[in-house]
Design a protein around this ligand. Sequence first.
Ligand code: FUC
Ligand code: CA
Length: 811
Amino acid sequence: MTSFTRRDLLRSTGAAAAGAVVLAGGARPGEARAETPGPGDDPDDHPLRLWYPRPAAAWLEALAVGNGRLGAMVFGGVAAETLMLNEDTVWAGGPHDYADPAGAEALPEIRRLLVEERWAEAQRLADARFMGRPTEQMQYQPVGDLRLAFPGLTDDVAEYRRTLDLTTAVTTTTFVADGVRHTREVFASHADQAIVVRLRADAPGAVSVDATFASLQETTTLAHDGRTLALEGRSGDAEGLEGEVRFVALARAVAEGGSVVCDEAGLRVRGADAVTLLVTIGTSHRSYLDVGGDPLAQAEPPLDRASVKGFGVLRRAHVRDHQELFGRVDLDLGTSPSADLPTDERVAVFRAGGDPQLAALYYQFGRYLLISSSRTPGQPANLQGLWNAEMLPAWQSKYTLNINCEMNYWPAGPANLAECWRPLFAMIEELAESGARTAQKMWGARGWVAHHNTDLWRGTAPVDHAFYGVWPTGGAWLSLLFWEHYEYTGDLDTLREYFPVLRGAVEFFLDTLVVDDATGYLVTSPSHSPELKHHEDDGEGVSLCAGPTMDMQILRDLFTTFDKASRELGLDRGTAAAALAARDRLPPNQIGYLGQLQEWLIDWEDAATETSRHVSHLWGVFPSDQITPRRTPELAAAADRSLELRGPAVTAGWSLAWKMNIRARLLQRDAAYTHLTQLLSPGRTAPNLFDLHPPFQIDGNFGGTSAINEMLLQSHSGEVWLLPCLPEAWPEGRVRGLRTRGGFEITMTWSSGRLEHARVRSLLGRTVRLRTDGPVRVVGPRGPVSVERPEDGLAVFETRRGATYVVQPTS
Ligand code: FUC
Ligand code: CA
């Protein structure tokens, strides 16, 4: 294959796709902005794309497209192309209640053993009697591959290139064979609920293709009609549960010219000028309790509708829909000649510096992934978002609730993608139903509980081992997101809709908190600080304990938040009063014997120096704001000490991403940036920019996007802070469209590391407390605005809903 670089193709002007800030090569932000052509006309004309000079040789080189529900990994092969397909309700097993009713009988004894400091015995008893049945949850599984073979083409072609354009959410593969340029585009349309593949060539009659399905599932292939191939199957059995999700994938060829034939051997197109292949997938999943749906009734109507639309119509609808979300934010950190290199080569040298645009690309890729994996209709983003090729993926590719699932949603508010929370909220509501059964059967409590994992069947009982699974605070953490959504959007209806779920989370803890004999505090029991041992017994790690710091932090926020929501909605003040009373009896954040933030109620000496990828007790720094350098400087210093004691990050992209968010909140710009260079390195970022635990786990992508956001803009503790943690590597830049708590949309430009200019658009008409690195002047729609300055660097002013305020430093 002839090597061919993108630069050969670059036109002399830098042009922008809609919604993308673009610079001509080497230009500084703010200079040389060119005109905006039609969306995504030429993916090479702007930097928001991944590109490679050769086809993907492995899944981690393939490019991901998704519409929230349907996903494909696109390899970009020449003579043979593969699309690995996913649909997000294809999971092993079927509806199942994991809660073990016998669990409640063991609970008092587990608690008693913990009081007697017989930790290992408590954990052994929990393993024997306080676990879900089965003790493992189900796998998220693939549908199969759509394989395309192109008769007459060999891999020996010229000018090969494949790209993923983040502004259009379209992959393009192009090359020249025997003097004919072939171009193939793939996108997953949310608007049309179909994956669309366009095959074209610049010579008439030059497109011929054989399409077949292949799958690791139990499947049959058949001709659905004269131009449509069908793959029918059902999901796998696991842990004694029968696979009950039936699915059908349809692939239809709509050819321009040439001929189309379909039989069970496959779909064959010969001599067409162009072909649109439409792929739709339906499953029998109707809800976590019901898999009695008709897969064909879901797959066929969108296929028929898309078949009569024409490719141009489908593509325009897709691009418009994608840009509605993606185009809300521009981020420009400056560019350099490195931006022209193939994406994987850039990852390999990012650490050496000089490629600020890759950080912006990584940021936007996280936004792209959230849009692509978490839309309604669809399930929330799981450990791999939407993309999984394996029947037995790592950690079942499910939803881990002790950090990973929540991390996926950290960018939703600040990166202006509030809609992407929707599928998660629907899941939390179902967890509240399933979790009410678990609360009642295993804890003898009202309300609902979710432990450290869930799956499509909304498992809420402890799973894996007590060491990992007996952690009752997953549902409480998730419930906080309703309030976070409200803070970003001011959407009271959504808060009202989910208020009963929030109340159920509170009720569970009002019923299950116990008084710690030694201190008199109210604590969770049994629980643990996620996945960390505080003792060893016979070589076996023991995590079980009462009142770990993370639980107490989560519950402090849960109870406070419930009170705020109750006041905002004028509902259930009685429960709110009980919640506040309980909150005031929780143990406070404490500083331990090494100056660290204490991870447990007891300051266990050996445990304080345990290294781990989990930094659970720093939850109070991020995502919460219980600990900040301004308000609680001693605790912030203790959090810093805890990070030091944790040791260097040895594994997990998500761990680096979490620490990066924490560093940003601690205002440690160098440390935060160092974590970015560790995350954006070949060990933690695959050639296709997927985060690596390793293996692939998408949380690090989302956590990384969130952390870049936190470096540029923070909103917590009642304040909006512009450029709180700007690293030296990004002295010049510009960002448009970030969101803050309180309902503000921020656009700002900086140079020489200092704010030049900002615009604050008020979406809700609230008062803003704006923190900057120096004094500012504020001008509103009617002229200068009167600003209160309670302290240096803080400007407080009233806003009107819908108005924009220009903020200008005065020194
Ligand atoms: C937790 C973490 C692992 C992994 C898994 C999905 O168990 O400790 O690192 O991220 O979740
Ligand atoms: Ca999804």
